[in-house]
Design a protein around this ligand. Structure first.
Ligand code: NAP
Length: 241
């Protein structure tokens, strides 16, 4: 199951895993995007992650399909007003983590090197504030990954920064993206299969199949992890159990 798999890195990871014989469930923001993805994929679930009610409905659609081996929390918005980022990039991945049946093998959370400039902004999270920017949201994703990894030692749970790559998002600020596009999705592919240099790692922040050393201190700080989860719980009413 890959969120945000109608374009970019999610679509490329889906295509690669499909070619290697895996069953993939894609996720689209609306029916039009789903119709396009259905041409190539067995199943497509629908929900706009900007709207938490749609995310809750999406969790129900995913659970109706059974228990997955791997869930990749890939979807992300960039360039929207800060008021819209919290739901799409932080609260929705948290809600899906809480409400979707735990997968059997692995969970992967897409983050970014820009998380280094982020702040957890716990008050904003608790109050559903309008001042959470993209960098903050990517710090949320990385810290969520390490928090979930601590709670689920039976799974492989990691954060992945894909690099600045040539997708719609990567081209947002102009037609230039310096990093290797294939490397941007192969870490997710290998973590899904449990192969490659990072295949058996858990609780790590990864970049191109290796552990990244330049990481915001909150990511590996257990108190910060727990505080973020408590803020997510307060805002959404959903617990990690
Ligand atoms: N590209 C980079 O340079 C870069 C760098 C660092 C981190 N990342 C991270 O990598 C992940 C994938 O990025 P990408 O470059 O592949 O981005 P992308 O090309 O913009 O694709 C994003 C995917 O997520 C979907 N999506 C976005 N917002 C959604 C929403 N509110 N509801 C439902 N679906 C939504 C998009 O659907 P539509 O096709 O309908 O828009 C699309 O399928 C993101 O989490 C991003 O933050 C990317």
């Amino acid at each position: 199951m890959i969120t945000g798999s109608t374009a970019g890195l999610g679509q490329l990871a889906a295509a690669h895993l499909l070619r290697r014989g895996h069953h993939i469930v894609a996720h689209a923001r609306n029916e039009q995007r789903a119709a396009e993805a259905r041409r190539d994929l067995d199943a497509v679930v629908i929900g706009n992650l900007l709207d938490l009610d749609e995310t809750r409905s999406l969790a129900g659609q995913i659970n109706a399909l059974g228990t997955f081996d791997v869930i990749i929390h890939n979807s992300g918005e960039y360039g929207l007003p800060d008021a819209e980022i919290l739901n799409a990039n932080s609260l929705s991945p948290y809600l899906l983590t809480s409400l979707v049946d735990t997968p059997r093998e692995a969970m992967i959370y897409l983050t970014s090197s820009l998380h280094l400039g982020g702040d957890l902004k716990l008050h904003e999270v608790r109050s559903g504030g309008t001042n959470v920017n993209y960098n903050d949201s990517k710090l949320h994703m990385a810290t969520l990954a390490t928090a979930v990894a601590r709670r689920r030692p039976d799974l492989r749970v990691n954060a992945v920064a894909p690099g600045w790559v040539a997708t719609v998002m990567g081209f947002h600020n102009g037609p230039y993206a310096p990093d290797n596009l294939r490397a941007g999705y192969m870490t997710q592919v290998q973590l899904s299969e449990g192969t490659g240099p990072a295949g058996q790692m858990t609780g790590k922040f990864l970049f191109h199949q290796k552990e990244e050393t330049s990481v915001n201190s909150s990511v590996y700080d257990e108190k910060a992890q727990d505080a973020l989860i408590a803020a997510f719980e307060k805002r959404t009413g959903a617990s990690l159990g």
